[in-house]
Design a binder for this molecule. Structure first.
Ligand code: BTN
Length: 327
């Protein structure tokens, strides 16, 4: 077992138990001596984990470092591809920019970059993604699918559905998808996705899936006027703090599952789930594009991620970009 693997297993055992875990149990589960367990506990304390030694009983994890750590996320992470390498940063400009650069330098598929805060978080259409520290998830994932560039937007379905599933697994809330890639709760935006791609004419070199989820943000801490659209967080809507580590792990597991299925079955199943969750089919919408605005009824999405909108004159519009509001 790798050294970091032992640390990760210790954290996993602390979290799966209900309090104190004995040194003997740790030593047996890990196949290392009790002295080695003690050394790892000391090492974890240096990394910011508060671990109490309970006389003649064992150890208890009191708290984890405030920022997400690689160890927190990898401990017990059950994925095949996503999370092959995880970089957790205290602060960066944008996790998408970091992941994009790493991918250009050859980072393997499944590489994940997470930051506690972003100084220049990127949103869609050149907007800023507000990224305060300590409360939310800002994460980017490198994928290298053997697909044509026109098909890359199919991966958007995949990341949106993964976030929706993670929200459902970690809270009692009912997320809704808004085209192309927003997640709403009670009509307010709780997560956004920004996928960036590096491609040649015929083939994708890599895609960076950028995912931002408002987990424990108190909306009252944001200055008025910073938000374009009504926004919220899982805490605001559900009334309970969300465990950032668990949410991140669940999200990476759902992404892994959906991406594995996508590689075998194509985009059909994930597109169907996207459509079912978006509850947009058959609804009247207003589409606002740079120089144009129109209304129509949504017929579905095509396999290139475009929204199909039927206008009153019978024209079927294929919408590739813009803002869509339900009427
Ligand atoms: C949107 O406008 O809805 C998309 C927001 C995407 C934000 C995430 S946060 C992690 C990743 N890094 C970025 O700079 N942006 C994405």
């Amino acid at each position: 077992m790798k050294e970091s693997g032992v640390d990760g297993r210790i954290l996993e055992l602390f979290r799966s138990g209900d309090g104190v875990v004995s040194g003997a149990a740790l030593s047996k589960a890990l196949g290392v001596s009790r002295t080695a367990v003690w050394k790892h506990v000391k090492g974890l304390r240096v990394k910011g984990y508060q671990i109490e030694a309970v006389p003649s009983k064992g150890y208890r994890l009191l708290s984890s470092p405030e920022i997400l750590t690689n160890l927190d996320i990898t401990a017990g992470l059950a994925t095949k591809r996503i999370g092959s390498s995880i970089l957790c940063l205290k602060e960066t400009d944008s996790t998408n920019s970091v992941a994009f650069k790493m991918a250009e330098e050859g980072a393997p598929e499944g590489t994940v970059v997470i930051a506690d805060t972003q100084s220049a978080g990127k949103g869609r259409l050149g907007r800023v993604w507000l990224s305060p520290p300590g409360v939310n998830l800002y994460c980017s994932v490198v994928l290298r699918p053997a697909i044509a560039p026109v098909a890359a937007c199919q991966l958007t379905f995949l990341s949106v559905v993964a976030v929706a599933r993670a929200v459902e697994r970690c809270t009692r809330l009912k997320p809704q998808i808004k085209w192309p890639n927003d997640i709403l709760i009670n009509g307010k935006k709780v997560a956004g996705l920004l996928n960036e791609m590096n491609a040649e004419t015929e083939k994708v070199n890599f895609v960076v899936l950028g995912i931002g989820v408002n987990l424990n943000l108190r909306m009252s801490t944001l200055s008025q006027g910073l938000l374009r659209h009504p926004a919220t967080s899982l805490l605001e809507e559900g009334g309970e703090e969300v465990d950032r580590i668990r949410f991140t792990r669940v999200l990476l597991e759902e992404l892994d599952q959906l991406y594995g299925d996508f590689l075998v079955e194509g985009d059909g199943p994930v597109r169907a789930e996207w459509l079912a969750r978006s509850a947009i089919k058959g609804r009247s919408v207003k589409v606002s594009q740079q120089n144009r605005e129109f209304r129509g009824v949504v017929q579905g999405v095509d396999s290139f991620g475009a929204l199909l909108v039927l206008l009153s004159d019978g024209t079927l519009e294929t919408v590739l970009s813009g803002d869509v509001a339900l009427l």
